[in-house]
Design a protein around this ligand. Structure first.
Ligand code: HEM
Length: 181
């Protein structure tokens, strides 16, 4: 996992909780990398899951609620870092439809070591998009938050139904998205 995901997570904890809570997470002796991450580094994804679970224990907020909030935050960090990814796009569904073919394809070109999920997108009509998500990593909730972050960015209301796979509920899911006019 690229370091920018880690540094964004820490930044979110500092902002939405406190710098003390962030320190508490980073000092966890179970962390593989000793709590040291740089935006340009590359790390296994396990530490971020440990920190999300730890944050849930400290705050009493279920991890299933925390992770989407992080996804929303992460989206804005990513846009700040890679503004070219949203260039020329003025609505949510056109943008999401291009996640695999445009956005993550550009990420792969920039960072060959990036570990990205697979999205298969089907555009039913101008207001409906289906996104089938599949990953080796369990980030359905993160994807949910990133979609929310994109909706905030484009200032659009939408509804989403998330159907998780029965076998691998955190690694595979379908998002049925409808925008309201
Ligand atoms: C400006 C827009 C975006 C950029 C620049 C971007 C870039 C990235 C980057 C750099 C990573 C980390 C790769 C790694 O850890 O090696 C990532 C992961 C991920 N992205 Fe995106 N992304 C964007 C938008 C989105 C959106 C809107 C979604 C959801 C529809 C999404 C879904 C995901 C997921 C779920 C992961 C976690 C990895 C996994 O599931 O295996 N991304 N993305």
């Amino acid at each position: 996992m690229l370091g920018v995901v880690y540094t964004s997570f820490i930044e979110m904890v500092e902002e939405k909780f406190s710098p003390e809570v962030a320190d508490q997470l980073l000092e966890n002796p179970q962390l593989q990398y000793g709590g040291i991450y740089t935006a340009v580094g590359s790390y296994e994804h396990h530490d971020i899951i440990r920190m999300a679970v730890h944050l849930s224990e400290i705050s009493g907020i279920p991890a299933d609620d925390l992770v989407p909030v992080f996804g929303e935050y992460l989206f804005h960090q990513l846009v700040e870092r890679y503004p070219q990814m949203v260039d020329g796009c003025d609505n949510l569904l056109d943008f999401l439809q291009g996640i695999e073919t445009s956005v993550h394809t550009q990420v792969r070109a920039l960072y060959p070591s990036a570990q990205l999920p697979r999205f298969e997108c089907i555009r039913e009509d101008s207001n409906h998009l289906t996104m089938h998500y599949e990953s080796k990593r369990p980030f359905v909730n993160l994807a949910r938050g990133l979609i929310q972050g994109a909706a905030n960015y484009f200032g659009q209301d939408y509804q989403v139904e998330v159907i998780r796979s029965r076998e691998t509920a955190d690694n595979k899911a379908s998002f049925y998205i409808t925008t309201t006019i």
